[in-house]
Design a protein around this ligand. Sequence first.
Ligand code: 13P
Length: 341
Amino acid sequence: MSNTLNSIARAMVAPGRGILAADESTGTIGKRFDSIKVENTEENRRAYRDMLFTTKGIGDTISGVILYDETLRQKSADGTSFVDLLNKNGVLPGIKVDTGAKDLALCPGELVTEGLDNLPKRCAEYVKLGAKFAKWRAVITIGADMPSTTCIAANAHALARYAAICQEAGLVPIVEPEVLMDGDHTIERCEQVTEWTLNAVYEALYINRVSLEGSVLKPSMVISGKSCSRQAGVQEVAERTVRILKRTVPAAVAGIVFLSGGQSDELATAHLDAMNKLSGNPWPLSFSYGRALQQPSIKAWRGSAANVAAAQAALAHRGRMNSLAALGRYSSSMENQKQAA
Ligand code: 13P
C-alpha cells in the first residue's frame, strides 16, 4: 500500500507538472458562473468541466485534477466517464472530501473544516469510482486576536485525521492549510502565522501516524494581506515562503503544490517560478491552482459551445506557463506567446 501511495504522490509532482483544482462545490461554482451570467445547472457544470478536461494535451502540464463529488460521477459528451477520460490523458483523478469550513464554536470569526463523519466509508466509495488522491482544505483567518490557538489546533487535528483515513483507504492526501490573504496584515504577520500553522500541522500528522512520503502539502504562499499598504514583491514572497517551508516541512514530504488563493493568474505563476529559481529546495514545488488556472478559460467560455476552442486555448496556455514556473524556467515575456489550441 505505502509503495503505491508513494508512487502516486511522486507522480502528482512529476517535473513540470501540477494539479488543476476543479473541485468547486455547487455553491462556489455558482459564484463563478454568476460572473459570466451562466445558470448554475447540473448540465452547465458538466459542460464546463467537459470543456476543461477535453483540452488537448492537458496531461502534458497537468498531473491530476481535483474533482467534486458530483463531477467524479459525470460523463463527457461522448459518454466516456470523466474518470476514464482523465486516465486516458495521463491525468490522475482526485476528490475533495471535506464538507466545508464551518463556524468554530467559541471562536467568533474563525472556521474549522468538517467532513470526518463517515469519511472511511466515503473514501472507500471514491476509491471504487477511481479516485487516486484526495483534498481537505483548512482555513486560517488573520485578524485582531486571530488566529487563536484553538483554531490552529482544531484544524491541524482534523487535517491529520483526514490524512490518516485517506492513507488507510489507499488515497494520497493533499494536506491544505490555507492562511487567507484577506485583511490588512503585513507579510511579516503572514509569515509568522504560516510558520505556526505548518508546525502544528506536521506535529499532528506525526501523532496520527501519517506517512509523509505518501502525502502532498498544499499551502498558501507567504504574501502581504490583500489590503495591506505595503505589497511585497515577487522575490520577497518567494524567499519568505521557501524559508518558512524549510523550517517546518520535512524533506520526506513527496511535494508541495501551492494554492492561488485569490492572486492574479500571472502573479501566482511568477511567484512559483521565483521559488523554483532559488536553489536547495528539498521537495518539488509546483501548483494546484483553481482560479489562477481557470479564470481566463471561464471568461472565454461564457457558457457557449462556440467558445470551447478559445477557452481550452486559455487553459492550455496557463498550464504551459505554470509548467515552466514549476521548473523555474518562466518569464513574463512568455505570456504573449499564445499558441492555438
Ligand atoms: P485557488 O487556487 O483558487 O485558491 O483554489 C485552490 C483550491 O483548491 C482551494 O481549495
